[in-house]
Design a binder for this molecule. Sequence first.
Ligand code: B16
Ligand code: MG
Length: 217
Amino acid sequence: NKKGFIFDLDGVIVDTAKYHYLAWKALANSIGIDFTHIQNEQLKGVSRESSLKKILEWGNKTLSNEEFLKLMSKKNEEYLSYISNMDESEILPDVTKILNYLSQQNQPIALGSASKNSKQILKKVNLLHQFNAIVDGNDVTNAKPDPEVFLKAANRVNIPVEDCVVFEDSVAGIQAANKANMISIGIGEVSVLNEADFVFKDFTQISSEFIEKISKV
Ligand code: B16
Ligand code: MG
């Protein structure tokens, strides 16, 4: 059966959270706000704009709209400087294997990410060609847990929502997939992603038999 396989980017295909952390930390510190790894965890899957709003909230700071925009672009510049050094070695374990397997089976593959930098990142790690559709932060008005990003991805690969499978590492992303009526597969800890239909630590734990099984549902 044809299914639509939709992948989140950060935390599923690559670990760009570490670069977001470095860039947000430098930015927060430059305006006198602390920024920790625990806070960075809370920004996973969250858009750039909402991330900066949260950081300002944590630091009890208000900014003019103009300053806000300036800081967003400053953060992105630093983030992109890290991205520019990425290569294939940063692809998470067995991601290439599953993408190759799915394309051999002629299964449509889409990206569903909150990032506005998704194409650059996929290009850097040499995976852009694997995707039949890219839907990211540039294409949506409502961020996860709103299902918009995944609904658009399903539409772009022309697969009914109930035949779509979403791989996600964030709670908001799992909720978005569930709201979209798709099969949700959490990549990470069961204790965190307990709302997902299935949870795996990473792609090394997902067998081709499992993919075949859910393709038949
Ligand atoms: P950008 P995902 C998300 O990616 C990240 O998890 C989140 O930390 C980031 O703020 C967001 O993308 C926006 O990224 O600044 O590149 O537009 O997990 O949805 O692939
Ligand atoms: Mg993610």
